[in-house]
Design a binder for this molecule. Structure first.
Ligand SMILES: Nc1nc2c(ncn2[C@@H]2O[C@H](COP(=O)(O)OP(=O)(O)OP(=O)(O)O)[C@@H](O)[C@H]2O)c(=O)[nH]1
Ligand SMILES: [Mg+2]
Length: 315
């Protein structure tokens, strides 16, 4: 199945939520006050924040169409507005060979998809001809190390492990030394999931960050929060807390397959201005891809990327 098809299938719940209550609206020629409200509600229901939902609904109501608007034209126009909101977040995860190694730290709450994403990223970078090492920085659970080792086997990537219950920051440091010695291009560090309101765990994260910086003051080069795409607005609170503890540089959103809250991406972009490097729509190694604003906007309203208008003149 093509990537776009996976993305569209994955976002089906979000897109039907966003567009089903709009069928009536989309067949009318212009938007009146009550249909405007209906549109706002539909956008909010898919977890686009209220402020942005209002702005998008307003903008949509002002669009002048060439000829009679129909459902398809409304849909395409909405996708164009969503795309405009998302473009600033589009920034691929680029590693630099000046960094020896380039260090990527993955953080986030329990079960958000960090370990899986470590494995998927290892596969991606290797496909690009880069050498990768993984560090099992989740020292809380023995099973977590085994899980990462599983990805190591599957992707043929060395995994640096420590003792269960050991110091995660010390392990991260050791992994950096090892990767440096081996001349490895990229080191990806997994961390234990933690709830953002557990301050001692957030302090531990800050420590990992500090200790990595002792080996190379420019590291970690990417400090990425992995967010579960099904949690909706809670992702905002998570990002806020992790931004303080881990000086975030970007985001990855997983589990968008089956999420009814795909609009959260827009709310996150508005609130933080962090790049969204990749989105995940499944558990397989190839189910994580670079975020593309046009594709995402198209999938959110259930049209093809080429149907998204380039600009207003296109309408
Ligand atoms: N459907 C779907 N499942 C995913 C995706 N990414 C990860 N998962 C699944 O989500 C579950 C949790 O993923 P993990 O990678 O273990 O999450 P984690 O953040 O490492 O969890 P902790 O280490 O417990 O904090 C696993 O069953 C994964 O297979 C995705 O994009 N889509
Ligand atoms: Mg994990």
């Amino acid at each position: 199945m093509s990537w776009f098809r996976k993305l569209t299938d994955g976002l089906k719940k979000s897109s039907s939520k966003m567009t089903s209550s709009l069928t009536g609206l989309f067949t009318s020629k212009k938007i009146d006050a009550s249909s405007l409200e209906e549109l706002e509600d539909a956008l909010i229901a898919s977890d686009i924040g209220p402020r942005t939902a209002m702005a998008i609904a307003q903008d949509l109501s002002k669009i002048k169409f060439d000829g009679e608007p129909d459902a398809d034209k409304w849909r395409a126009a909405l996708a164009g507005l969503l795309r405009d909101k998302l473009t600033a977040m589009e920034k691929p995860l680029i590693t630099s060979s000046d960094n020896k190694p380039h260090v990527i730290l993955l953080v986030g709450v329990n079960g958000s998809g960090k370990t899986t994403t470590c494995g998927k990223l290892a596969r991606k970078f290797q496909d690009d001809g880069k050498s990768v090492m993984l560090a099992a920085g989740d020292t809380f659970r023995a099973a977590a190390t085994e899980q990462l080792q599983g990805w190591g086997l599957r992707t043929d990537t060395p995994v640096i492990t420590g003792e269960a219950g050991g110091d995660a920051a010390a392990l991260a440091y050791r992994a950096m030394e090892q990767a440096h010695e081996n001349g490895t291009d990229i080191l990806i560090i997994d961390t234990a999931g933690r709830l953002q309101n557990r301050s001692e765990l957030m302090d531990e994260l800050a420590k990992i960050h500090r200790v990595i910086g002792k080996f190379d003051e420019t590291a970690p080069h990417d400090s990425i929060i992995v967010l579960d795409g099904t949690v909706g607005q809670n992702a905002i609170a998570q990002t806020k807390a992790f931004q303080q503890a881990a000086a975030l540089t970007g985001m990855i959103i997983t589990k968008l397959d089956g999420s009814a809250k795909g609009g959260i991406v827009i709310a996150l972009g508005d609130d933080f201005g962090l790049p969204l490097h990749m989105v995940g729509v499944g558990e397989g190694a190839d189910d994580l891809q670079a975020f593309n604003a046009t594709e995402y906007a198209a999938a959110l309203v259930g049209i093809l990327p080429e149907e998204v208008p380039q600009d207003e003149a296109d309408q």
